[in-house]
Write a protein that binds this ligand. Structure first.
Ligand code: SF4
Length: 246
C-alpha cells in the first residue's frame, strides 16, 4: 500500500514548527476519518493555542472556540447535531488550565463527544511558560530554576481526575514518541470515536506530545525526552472503557 495524504486533509501547508507532534496527531485523526467516517458528518472544535488554525488543515467543518471553551462549544454542537462525530482538539494550556471547569462539567454531564487533549507541558504558543501540566523540575521561561512543587505545586493529571466521573465512558493517555505509541494513539482515538458513535458518553484521549521549539531540543531529542522524563510523571494506558468493562 502506498503512503498517501489522507483525503480529509487539505493541501494547506501546516504552520507548526519542524518536528512538532501536532502534525502527527492531525494525520492520525485524518486516517481514522478516511477509514471509518467518510460518509459521516464531522465537526471539530478548534482551540486557542498552537493548533488554533487546525480548521485550515481538514476539509470538514470546524467551530473556533474562545480560549478554554472548546468542550462547552462541542457540547452545543453535539446536542444540536447528535448524529455528527464531534471532537474538540485542545492543548494543555487550553483544556487543563483555563478550560478545566468546562471539561470537568462536560465530562460530569456525560456529554457525548470526544476531547483530544495534546499535552506538551508548556504554554507553547505564547513562548513556553509553565503550564499546569509542567512536570516537576522542568525548566520553562517562567520557571527558570525548574518547577518546584513546594512553590509552584504539582503537575495536573486530568485523565486520572476524570475517570471516577459517572458521565465519562472512555479515558486514555497515549504518546507519540515512537512508532509503537503512535499506533496506540491511533487505536485509542479510533476507540473513543466508536464510543461516541455508540452514544456511551464523554470520551477523552490525552496525547503526550513534544514542543521542540520551547523545550530547546531537536525533534529527535524531544521525543527522547518524552520517553526518559515525561513518562515518569504521566503513565500511559486505557484508564476507562465502560463499554468493555474497564
Ligand atoms: S511552539 Fe511547540 S507546540 Fe507550538 S507549533 Fe512549535 S513545536 Fe509545536
Amino acid at each position: 500500500m502506498g503512503f498517501k495524504r489522507p483525503e480529509c486533509l487539505t493541501k494547506e501547508s501546516m504552520h507548526y514548527c519542524p518536528g512538532c507532534g501536532h502534525g502527527i496527531i492531525h494525520r492520525l485523526i485524518a486516517e481514522i476519518i478516511d477509514e471509518d467516517y467518510k460518509e459521516s458528518k464531522i465537526i471539530g472544535v478548534a482551540p486557542v493555542g498552537c493548533a488554533v488554525f487546525i480548521y485550515d488543515y481538514f476539509n470538514f467543518d470546524f467551530v473556533a472556540a474562545a480560549h478554554g471553551r472548546a468542550t462547552a462549544a462541542a457540547t452545543g454542537v453535539k446536542r444540536s447535531i447528535p448524529d455528527a462525530l464531534v471532537f474538540s482538539y485542545q492543548g494543555d494550556g487550553d483544556i487543563a488550565a483555563i478550560g478545566t471547569s468546562e471539561v470537568i462539567h462536560a465530562a460530569t454531564r456525560g456529554e457525548n463527544f470526544t476531547a483530544i487533549f495534546v499535552n506538551n507541558g508548556v504554554y507553547a504558543m505564547t513562548g513556553g511558560q509553565m503550564a499546569p501540566t509542567t512536570i516537576p523540575g522542568q525548566v520553562t521561561v517562567s520557571s527558570p530554576y525548574g518547577r518546584d512543587p513546594k512553590k509552584q505545586g504539582y503537575h495536573i493529571k486530568l485523565c486520572e481526575m476524570l475517570v471516577p466521573l459517572d458521565g465519562v465512558a472512555f479515558v486514555a493517555r497515549t504518546s507519540i514518541h515512537n512508532l509503537k505509541n503512535i499506533e496506540f494513539t491511533k487505536k485509542a482515538i479510533k476507540r473513543a470515536f466508536e464510543v461516541q458513535m455508540n452514544n456511551e458518553g464523554f470520551s477523552i484521549i490525552e496525547v503526550l506530545s513534544n514542543c521542540p521549539t520551547n523545550w530547546g531540543l531537536s525533534p529527535c531529542e524531544s521525543m527522547k525526552r518524552i520517553e526518559n522524563e515525561v513518562l515518569k510523571y504521566y503513565s500511559l494506558g486505557i484508564f476507562k472503557d465502560k463499554g468493555r468493562g474497564i
